[in-house]
Design a protein around this ligand. Sequence first.
Ligand code: BG6
Length: 456
Amino acid sequence: MIERLLIFGATGDLSARYLLPGLAALREQGHLGDGFRLIGVSREDRSDDQFRNWVAEQLDRYAAGYPAEACQFVAGVSSYRRADVTDPSAVAPAVAGDGPIAAYLALPPSIFGAAVTALHGAGLPLGSTIVLEKPFGEDLAQAEQLNSLLTGMIDEESIFRVDHFLAMTTVQNLLGTRLANRIIEPIWNGAHISEIEIIWDETLALAGRAGYYDGVGALKDMLQNHLLQLLCLVAMEPPVSLDARDLRDRKVDVLRSIRQLDDAEVRQRTRRARYSAGTIYGHPIPAYVDEDGVDPDHGTETYAEIELQIDNWRWADTVFRMRTGKALGNNRMEVAVHFRPVPHLPAGFDGDVAPNVLRFELDPEGVIIELTGIGRQVRSLAPMKLTAELDQPALPAYGRLLLDVFERNATLSIRGDEAEESWRVMEPVITAWAEDRVPLEEYPAGSDGPARSRLR
Ligand code: BG6
């Protein structure tokens, strides 16, 4: 088990909101021993004490539900190194010491390459891992370059391209529900399923993240990685086992089967938009272009919608629709599986039969099956709902993900070829959007997104 975590870009939003609470959860659950150390690395000038105080404040804010001992522990084992993360001689003192480290790059994708080179130059201790957040590069060419740089320095098993969606219990539940139930897998194909929607609508607007988000946008922040991973879990063939090789082989099969959109399809089957001023739950939200730190010339989208098709036996007749947006009127995070209508209904029933829908609610979590049954009157059809609530996960997604990194378990990390295939799928969309071949629409903050969304 790795006992030293170095966070590069330690003073940012990712550390505060996710990594520090993840560590507190690990301590609470008994996964972090007293020998554990956290070293924050960043360009800012801070002393160890200042960093510790900052860590304690963030834990107060974002990990309030965890016991005080766990939060005090994380703050107490923290120290700080000021360094330019792209300079090997500046990074070396932070890396030096006994035992392997986990080097977490909480950095913008544009400096991954330089940071990895600096880490290598600084001399990574044997058995260390490098953790890279999404997006992994900014396009296929960059992902390929990054992969060859990384694998020239460190073995694939030590590279963790993380996607915290895969560590969510509700996301894992997609596989559990599919593969552990006799009544589901036999009808899990295009003969029975007409379309699958993968939706991540957020009320959250930019939340002060312009520095990262304005260079990235909804497609590369969410759709190309998190949503495509959800699609892989929904569409994959049952793996031989859930180990790193079998699971990732099956996900790569899905990605390789996704048909690349041609020029006309990109125009018909993709949409991009950004929010204008509006209100969410009574709070005024400025237009995206007026948010602090946003450069309107970037033309960054805050909403992305794509319709894809998978060219294989199982899914040849099913449409996959993915959508994500910020500053929308409602949080709606779900995978909705729409079944085909029944082939026949005996005469004599009153009312309509709505096709079945199986909904995996991702946040808050739950599984809903929409059926049709008999209502209050004899023979009158009425909608019925079966709802299952899920237990609270033992660990939050970032806690699970960090534990896997410390234990060098790569099951939930994205393999190099998988990262490249994910970019291949999106290449025609990225190019067409960059060349303005798909208009950038607008939607008021607090609305349902651009009008005429094809998703239900
Ligand atoms: C992050 C994205 O990876 O996932 C954010 O960068 C998004 O833009 C977030 O809001 C959603 O995940 P969670 O766990 O915060 O609900």
